[in-house]
Ligand binder design. Structure first.
Ligand code: GTP
Ligand code: MG
Length: 138
């Protein structure tokens, strides 16, 4: 059984969409096995998104992620990484499929409501960035 790291981003927590987004995950068969609401510092956001530090939008992305609380969570299920990315939809909401979270809720390519790990190695790293083993209850 696979696990992935999900983040409900500031644009979504601000608009009170946590429950609606969680419903999408649960309807897709993903189980929320850990979850907490936190406010990232600029430093933490910068570290989390370090892989993007050469991209032109890095500063904007970090400021956005630290601007309001986020909900970080571990989702579990068969093929959880791919399934989560399917439920999220394309990064740019204009390209996201009907019924996906980003199609329904994202505001722009930057303020796109959710993050999901993209591979097993990054999922493991991202989960341990936010959670200790004791906080994950499968
Ligand atoms: P994540 O699940 O958040 O990693 O999204 P992704 O894998 O679909 O996209 P990617 O890893 O390429 O980019 C990470 C995040 O950077 C995106 O989710 C966006 O929030 C942000 N981002 C990507 N491209 C742009 C852009 O052109 N402008 C801005 N402002 N933000 C961007
Ligand atoms: Mg990514």
């Amino acid at each position: 059984i696979e696990r992935t790291l999900s983040i409900i981003k500031p644009d979504a927590t601000k608009r009170n969409l946590t429950g609606k987004i969680n419903a999408k995950f649960e309807e897709a068969g993903l189980r929320i096995v850990a979850q907490k609401r936190i406010q990232l510092t600029m430093e933490q956001a910068g570290k989390f998104y370090e892989v993007h530090k050469e991209r032109p939008f890095y500063g904007e992305l970090c400021e956005f992620m630290a601007s309001e609380p986020v909900v970080v969570q571990v989702l579990e299920g068969e093929g959880a990484i791919a399934k989560n990315r399917e439920v999220m939809g394309a990064t740019n909401p204009a390209e996201a499929d009907e019924g996906t979270i980003r199609k329904e809720y994202a505001l722009s390519v930057g303020e796109n409501s959710v993050h999901g790990s993209d591979a097993p190695e990054t999922a493991a790293e991202e989960i341990s960035f936010f959670f200790s083993g004791l906080e994950i209850v499968g």
